[in-house]
Design a protein around this ligand. Structure first.
Ligand code: IMP
Ligand code: MG
Length: 183
């Protein structure tokens, strides 16, 4: 693969994540939070974000996989893809969300399909509040109307890796967010 170009540096990520943490701390002052990370991409964002929140909190994780006609990452890079609206739950949350403040933590908000499905699913648990924290947002790719409540960076329609995000499961451990070049 050609060299990866840094889109968002580790310093800029750290600054923004601490701003989001401060905002959450303010918005939920005196209350507690359940962070629900979407596996696997959100793992790094969740661990950094939660350490910037000065409130009682617990962690949970939910797993999803898109199927239907979601293509391989190579095809996705070349041509993008059209969602069929199918998202499969591979791991449910472990604890009760009833009457709790829940913040779903996702790496990137793209078409909006994953979070639309997750939101519906988690609302069935009757949380007191349900918010979305997404490190990245590609608004130009949206197919379903959905906005994040805590968004790190809006980015153009590029395929990015690093800081939890993968390309065929690789590059999650890069400290910076980088663009994968379209050949
Ligand atoms: P959505 O359901 O289309 O909003 O897709 C969200 C999911 O697509 C994310 O959780 C990622 O797993 C994946 N995704 C979307 N764009 C990218 C990208 O640029 N790099 C890596 N994964 C991505
Ligand atoms: Mg993901």
């Amino acid at each position: 693969m050609a060299e990866l170009k840094v889109l968002i540096s580790r310093q800029d990520i750290a600054t923004r994540v601490s701003e989001l943490g401060a905002q959450i701390t303010k918005d939920f002052a005196g209350q507690s939070i359940i962070f629900v990370g979407v596996l696997k991409g959100a793992a790094i964002f969740l661990s950094d974000l939660a350490r910037q929140v000065a409130l009682d909190c617990t962690f949970d994780f939910i797993g999803v996989s898109s199927y239907g006609n979601r293509p391989s990452p190579t095809q996705e890079l070349k041509s993008g893809w059209d969602s069929t609206g199918e998202v499969k739950l591979t791991k449910d949350v472990d604890q009760s969300m009833k009457d709790k403040n829940v913040i779903v933590v996702e790496d990137i908000l793209d078409t909006g399909l994953t979070l639309t499905v997750l939101k519906k699913l988690l609302l069935a648990h009757q949380p007191r509040t349900l918010k979305i924290a997404a490190l990245l947002d590609k608004p130009s790719r949206r197919k379903l109307p959905l906005e994040g409540d805590y968004v790190g960076f809006k980015i153009p329609d590029e395929f990015v890796v690093g800081y939890g995000l993968d390309y065929a499961e690789k590059y999650r451990n890069l400290a910076d967010i980088c663009v994968v070049p379209r050949e």
